[in-house]
Design a protein around this ligand. Sequence first.
Ligand SMILES: *Cc1c(COP(=O)(O)O)cnc(C)c1O
Length: 411
Amino acid sequence: MQSVLSPIDIQRVRQDFPILDQLVNGKPLVYLDNAATNQKPVSVLNALAHYYEHDNANIHRGIHTLAERATHDFELTRQKVQSFLNAQHVEEVIFTYGTTDGINLVAQTYGRKFLNEGDEIIISTLEHHSNIVPWQMLCEEKGCVLKVIPIDDNGDLLIDEYEKMLSERTKFVSVVHVSNALGTINPVKTIVDLAHRVGAVVLIDGAQASSHITLDVQALDCDFYVFSAHKLYGPTGMGVLYGKKALLDAMPPYRGGGEMIKEVTFEKTTYNELPYKFEAGTPNIADVIAVRTAIEYMESLGKENMAAYEGELLDYATAQLADVPGLRIVGQAKEKISVVSFVLDGIHHQDTGVILDQMGIAVRTGHHCTQPLMRRLGIAGTTRASFAVYNTKDEIDRLVQGIRRVQTMMA
Ligand SMILES: *Cc1c(COP(=O)(O)O)cnc(C)c1O
């Protein structure tokens, strides 16, 4: 951990992201949709191009030089992710296609093998659909019971209620680290410790946390942790499932095919060891390789420095937006990442999004894949501005001007 923060050189950082330097609808782009996916630094783009220009080959079984280079770089990413997560063993890092894929993998392997009728699975009101639906599918198949941790009106989980839900029937807890819709940072260490007291296994959805919070799966003691590369300055189509080795070893494979086998006969197949047991077929080699560069990019800025700067952006945006009459911020949790969701009196979020886009401002509108959360809050959706390390206070000022323009136009 760094104890002394160094300020982010924002002009230099912005130069690392060529996509930001463009006009959209005649206005300089203001990209505030980072919770959906963030932009990629030029070093990541170069890593992708470099792989296809110099090293492209299928991995692991090739004996020629290109295959060896590709395999080497592919496995270097695994080591990088191991240190990024502080995982104890490198084979605890499984490459997936993203957060959704990782959760489905766990539900369909661990869940199908170890969960039975009447067993309880706990999720929370803050979950993204991808941490709801795989468990509902499992419940339907196995007769398990899904329970949901409630929230208060600020968007904080009611941990007392969670504690009351836990019993010897609780077999699995799957909770989001940081809410994509409201920005709430959940007390995941407490959630894990309480679950372990009743012997439940815990998965943490780290899709939003991974680019904002320094991770340590050993300190957290979670059993599984999942995230997507495209939300941490890396490419789409690549994600990570971390799992404790003993659990991963006990789990059956997910998809069958090449790479995940040791020996195949028509009578019987034996499976490969970790992590390959869970990596059937040709993986997303180029994108996996580029993820190392994405993590190195964050390391070069320092994750604590990034978090400090993003915290400043959040405070500034919250203060500026609070001054806009007719605007209500949705989600005022005690601990938040740099996400601000809001509603405007009498104006539909879709109209807000369309008008802001005409001004070059990219925000997300709607339910943010959290329909049950929106229902709990009594709204159909919000407009969401989410900030990454390359955003500026000037851009937040442009957002506020844009919102005032929306209000004038829709009045
Ligand atoms: C984006 C997101 C997901 C889904 O991630 P994919 O990359 O679409 O698989 C899940 N949970 C949260 C909290 C997210 O923000």
